[in-house]
Design a protein around this ligand. Structure first.
Ligand SMILES: [Zn+2]
Length: 408
């Protein structure tokens, strides 16, 4: 891969954030308003002296396990024991606490921990009345199955797009907020194989693409540090269709969304790939990365958050990334395995970053976690404490590596 000019000098660009959509649905903005957003690829921390420490960019994928009182509150709401207002207060408290604790890890970019999302895949459609729960099954290696919903009638509209979650997060955040969105390819699975009378697949996909363009555009306009398209079904698709035609159709569909953005806008659009992470298990870790990676980088996005820590042969994957990554794309390598209950040490993370830097130039490199820590809201297989400890290790280890790479 060609290496663009190293970006050692960081220019912070001030962006007005916390701007409401017309008829904004949230309360007036708190401390997040007017925060200086560094939208360059590197991250700089200016101290009182002249010294500026430049660190490799590091950011989470998205989700954090929900607090026990929130999980109980959701069950209470479904059983009619608490009101919508009481549930909203629980969501709000979880978002505030999660952001506070993520900021305390030192992570220069945070998320809302997806506290109010039903799942990474269904947040925008949860509660729609034209869905049935018996859609495409997603089998995990340990035998448990998650089901996508199935669309039963048109027209299709999002109920709660990602910018609603971002707006809530920005009320509490003091550092840049990243926003994850589900890919159009994942939601394409809602449309049933047998079709819907009076609502064609083409009509559905047109509506889906428009909805996703809208939510991404609004997140960018609101000052999201980056908008990340979750593409976990990329690797899974090869299991469902070894001919890779399904994968190609997913790439084509997502590019129809990405092509609606300018090259400048796409600098703040990313993609996350992983083999799934739910209840200690994965859905497609047995699919060889070599089947996915050449196609993955055809997605017209800039930042790629790539699961790597849990790969049995990381060097082989890094070689493939080096071979297939395209000019201008940045790789955020996974240096933390959320499925591993053991908390990585900063030194382990440092060594994983240095290993990656043998294959990817530092100005094209960043770090992340292999996946979210609880992509499905009811997943309690990991604790919040473990998630925050692992994120602290990611940040500390990335800083150690940055110094050794001469980025200070
Ligand atoms: Zn993931």
């Amino acid at each position: 891969m060609t290496t663009p000019r190293p970006e050692r000098k960081i220019t912070a660009i001030r962006i007005e954030v916390g701007r409401s959509r017309a008829g904004g649905r949230m309360a007036p903005h708190g401390p997040g308003r007017g925060v200086a957003r560094d939208v360059s690829y590197g991250f700089a921390v200016a101290t009182a002296s002249v010294a500026t420490i430049v660190m490799l960019p590091t950011e989470p994928v998205g989700s954090i396990p929900r607090p026990a009182e929130l999980i109980a509150g959701v069950q209470d709401f479904r059983a009619g024991r608490i009101s919508q207002l009481e549930l909203s207060a629980l969501y709000d408290a979880a978002v505030q606490d999660t952001i506070q604790r993520l900021e305390a890890t030192g992570s220069p970019v945070i998320t809302d921990g997806e506290q109010a999302k039903h799942s990474f895949a269904t947040y925008s459609i949860y509660g729609l009345d034209n869905l049935s729960p018996d859609g495409v099954p997603i089998p995990f290696a340990d035998g448990h199955i998650r089901h996508f919903p199935r669309l039963t009638s048109g027209p299709f509209r999002y109920k709660t797009p990602a910018d609603v979650y971002l707006e809530a997060a920005q009320r509490y955040a003091h550092v840049p907020v990243k926003q994850a969105v589900v890919s159009a390819s994942a939601l394409s699975l809602l449309y049933p194989q047998g079709g819907i009378r009076g609502y064609s697949r083409e009509e559905y996909l047109d509506a889906l693409i428009a909805e996703q363009e809208g939510e991404i555009r609004r997140c960018l306009e609101m000052g999201a540090h980056v908008v990340q398209m979750d593409f976990t079904e990329g690797r899974l698709s090869i299991k469902l269709d070894p001919s890779r035609r399904l994968l190609q159709s997913f790439i084509d569909l997502n590019n129809l969304v990405l092509e609606r953005f300018s090259a400048e806008e796409r600098k703040r659009i990313g993609v996350h790939t992983c083999p799934g992470a739910d209840r200690h298990s994965t859905h497609s870790a047995d699919v060889d990365y070599a089947e996915l990676l050449p196609s993955l980088f055809a997605l017209q996005a800039t930042n790629f958050c790539v699961q790597l820590a849990s790969e049995p042969d990381r060097k082989r994957v890094l070689r493939m990334i080096r071979e297939h990554v395209r000019d201008g794309q940045r790789i955020f390598v996974g240096v933390i395995d959320p499925l591993d209950p053991r908390v990585e040490t900063p030194e382990e993370v440092r060594d994983r970053v240095l290993e990656a830097s043998d294959y990817i130039a530092p100005d094209r490199l960043g770090t992340t976690d292999d996946c979210g820590f609880a992509p499905f809201s009811d997943d309690t297989s990991r604790t919040r404490e473990t998630a925050f400890a692992k994120i602290r290790a990611r940040v500390a280890g990335t800083a150690l590596a940055s110094r050794l790479l001469g980025l200070e």
